[in-house]
Ligand binder design. Structure first.
Ligand code: BG6
Length: 309
């Protein structure tokens, strides 16, 4: 991962660079120094905001352990496909002239459009023709936004689940809490997806957590007391929120993850899991995610639920 843009650079830009495996990566840079690439999102001071494991494997078909892998067309192992579906393991192409987004939709000051279509191999295990368009944008203030559009270009309907598997970088997991998910029902992946109701005022971490919070509000906050920083996570079209931290024992069983790295990460995913999405021929689904990182003292105004994406 290279350094972010020089602080004095006043122009927004998009460039394609090679990673150390010779694979193309898109880098977005905002005027005040923020930058983003598939596995990285940095603030204007160049500080990394996403987690990537020191043991991450950067070679397809292995998904990268970090950044924001996209889970599609299956979340987890609820289906016949590989864990979290195949989209995160595929090479996407840059699309120069994508179909326009909804009128008036703001997409930041610099963006890139990516496209995934199924290969012959994909069609053998998931026989549905789709077009998956992803716009990744960086706002002038450094906010990262992702808009996924999935279109059915097949002759029959299909159903999928989806998640932005967002690996946030945190100071220490014991210093972190999530606000916005209290009182919700959740499916606990550690108890055969049994349904429980959240009883705590905020979610804190003392052991492995692997849950799908159902019908979650479109704004949640991840407060990191160690960094005095708050992530504001806004979503649209994504009814659920997945929360995952593998904790100590599970970390040791994950080959591309350091034994102690669970302390520096937390996954909070905008997702559509409990009720998969069905698209009839010609229909398109859109799911949006917007991430901001603000000093914790600034977070109140950003949590205003009337502020839409
Ligand atoms: C989470 C799931 O979203 O992703 C967990 O809820 C899973 O059950 C985790 O272990 C990591 O998955 P993977 O396939 O990237 O190791």
């Amino acid at each position: 991962m290279g350094p972010s843009a020089a602080l004095g650079d006043q122009r927004a830009s998009m460039e394609v660079v090679k990673d150390w495996n010779g694979i193309d990566q898109v880098v977005l840079r905002a005027p005040r120094g923020a930058s983003a690439r598939v596995i990285s999102w940095r603030n204007g001071r160049g500080e990394e905001l996403l987690f990537t494991s020191s043991k991450a494997i950067f070679r397809p078909p292995k998904a990268i352990r970090g950044g924001i892998p996209l889970c599609f067309p299956q979340f987890g192992n609820c289906g016949s496909l590989e864990q979290h579906g195949f989209a995160r393991n595929r090479m996407w192409v840059v699309e120069d002239d994508p179909p326009p987004l909804r009128t008036g939709e703001s997409t930041g000051c610099v963006s890139v459009d990516l496209l995934l279509r199924p290969s012959e191999e994909d069609l053998k295990c998931w026989p549905h023709c789709f077009e998956f368009r992803l716009r990744v944008s960086l706002g002038a203030d450094g906010d990262l936004s992702m808009i996924s559009r999935i279109r059915n270009v097949d002759g029959k309907k299909f159903t999928f689940s989806f998640a932005y598997h967002t690996y946030l970088s945190v100071s220490d997991i014991s210093e972190v809490r999530i606000e916005g998910l209290e009182t919700l029902d959740y499916l606990d992946n550690l108890c055969n997806r049994e349904r429980f109701t959240e009883q705590e005022d905020a979610i804190t971490f003392e052991s492995e957590v692997d849950r799908v919070y159902l019908g979650s509000p479109d704004v949640a906050a991840v407060l990191d007391h160690g960094k005095k920083q708050t992530f504001i996570i806004k979503k649209e079209g994504l009814p659920d929120t997945v929360v995952w931290n593998p904790w100590e024992k599970k970390s040791k069983s994950i080959v591309d993850f350091g034994d102690d790295e669970y302390k520096q990460m937390l996954c909070v995913d905008g997702a559509a899991v409990e009720r998969p999405i069905t698209l009839r021929p010609g229909e398109e689904w859109t799911g949006r995610l917007e991430l901001s990182a603000v000093p914790s003292s600034f977070c109140i105004k950003n949590l205003d639920p009337t502020r839409s994406i």
